[in-house]
Design a protein around this ligand. Structure first.
Ligand code: GUN
Ligand code: ZN
Length: 443
């Protein structure tokens, strides 16, 4: 962490940003002072890291010559959004109808993923995916590639070109999938090991061991996953669990000796810090206790859970047992790249269960909460001194309807609520990565 400068010079400041600022230093459900809001703030950066966030009036006259100033007065700046679970190879099949998850995998997902044996195709979709992230204010993601190692190279390369912070991995599946999409325990070990060497901890890239889900991995392959985690410190693991009733029945038939679906993964040593479990709709109390104790995180995927008819996740139960939790688009089972739209659907799922997702909590989950769930909060998630300056510039009146709503909003809370219910990519005026503007919305 750098020391707070009391005066500014070129040694402490190369970039400044003027705007309204909102960020969190804790969970707003747990602490009344968790959120910091500056109506007219100035954020001072040096080499892409945060040096200071303060009232503009106190500092604007002190900016040294040569310091670049982004003047976003009248706009709201928040930490970049963090998407804790998504599939870049499913970009082209977003919004494809099937009755439920298992049909959708067969009918659309597997055929789309077969295309990624072609490196050019993977490059094209990876570039588009990363551009969509930026256009939606998302600066970090945990992403599934396909079974093809080159699909992993493609997404890491495109992310690095834009300086995005990315967790990604090669999908592992050695059964119950089309033969062209199947690897073996041995080849998945070899390919994953090579990819770990190439990408893990390279700048802002992290590798995740990525068994698709228990039905597509033999016991031997799940053992390989555990071995990879044992052999490589700080590796991530990402998979799906307890998403859909038919899927859960299938797992019970494939692994009859296990107490629960989650217990299958647990028995192979796949539960721990930096393990990210997508969906988790049908975990029971014991499963949630185990998640919390192990430090694993839930990726809550609201648009996907609604679109695929999977079920209603209980945010309250996860919170009651202190399970780490982030929000996720789950593109392309999910239906939007927009974290704003994703928060809106999360809110509605909570409504149906008589639970409340406040706007402060929602934006906490999309920023610092997500960073904590991914164990990346030492780098990203808020505007604490020393952190990497990933941020999104939001126009709360991007549409005529939003302008009309904002005119009558009386509090910041009301504004934020309308932003998350009505907002989408039209509200993203700009996205900055490590201080640099990587996206600017054409007006
Ligand atoms: N379960 C196994 N694979 C997938 C996938 O690609 N998407 C979703 N939503 N669930 C899965
Ligand atoms: Zn998924």
């Amino acid at each position: 962490m750098s020391v707070l400068p009391s005066t500014l010079d070129n040694d402490s400041c190369d970039t400044a940003v003027r705007a309204s600022f909102l960020h969190f230093n804790a969970d707003p459900d747990q602490r009344g002072d968790a959120c910091e809001y500056l109506e007219d703030g100035l954020m001072i950066l040096k080499q892409g890291r945060i040096q200071k966030l303060a009232n503009a009036a106190d500092w604007i006259d002190q900016l040294p010559d040569g310091c670049a100033l982004y003047d976003y007065s009248g706009r709201l700046v928040m930490p970049g959004f963090i998407d804790t679970h998504c599939h870049y190879p499913q970009t082209e099949i977003i919004a494809s109808y099937s009755p439920q998850l298992l049909d959708w995998l067969q009918q659309y997902t597997f055929p789309a993923e077969e295309e990624f044996s072609d490196r050019d195709h993977a490059d094209k979709i990876a570039a588009f995916y990363c551009d969509q992230m930026l256009a939606n204010g998302t600066t970090s993601s945990a992403v599934y590639a396909t079974v093809h190692p080159q699909s992993v190279d493609a997404i890491f390369e495109q992310a690095q070109r834009r300086d995005l912070c990315l967790i990604a991995g090669k999908v592992m599946m050695d059964r119950n999938a089309p033969p062209q999409l199947c690897d073996t325990p041995e080849s998945s070990y070899r390919d994953s090991s090579e990819l770990i060497q190439r990408w893990h901890l390279q700048g802002r890239s992290y590798y995740a061991v990525t068994p698709r889900f228990a039905p597509c991995s033999s016991p031997a392959q799940l053992e390989v996953c555990g071995r990879l985690l044992d052999e490589n410190p700080d590796l991530y693991l990402q998979t799906h669990v307890a998403e859909n009733p038919a899927e859960i029945d299938w797992v019970a038939r494939l692994f009859p000796e296990h107490r629960s679906y989650l217990d299958v993964y647990d028995s192979y040593g796949l539960l721990g810090p930096r393990s990210i479990y997508g969906h988790c709709i049908y975990l029971d109390q014991k499963d949630r206790e185990r998640m919390a104790a192990s430090g694993a995180a839930i990726a809550f995927c609201p648009t996907s859970n609604l679109f695929l008819g999977s079920g209603l996740f209980s945010l309250e139960q996860a919170q009651e047992q202190n399970v780490k939790l982030g929000i996720a688009t789950d593109v392309g089972g999910g239906t939007s790249f927009s974290m704003l739209q994703t928060l809106a659907e999360a809110f509605k799922i909570c409504q149906l269960a008589g639970q409340r997702l406040t706007p402060l909590k929602a934006f906490y989950l999309a920023t610092l909460g997500g960073a904590k769930s991914l164990y990346l909060d030492h780098r990203i998630g808020n505007f604490a001194v020393g952190k990497e300056a990933d941020f999104v510039v939001l126009d709360l009146a991007a549409t005529e309807l939003m302008q009309c709503r904002m005119d009558s909003a009386k509090t910041l809370d009301e504004q934020l609520f309308a932003l998350m219910i009505l907002g989408d990519d039209r509200c993203i005026q700009a996205t900055h990565i490590m201080g640099r503007r990587q996206y600017s919305r054409a007006s």
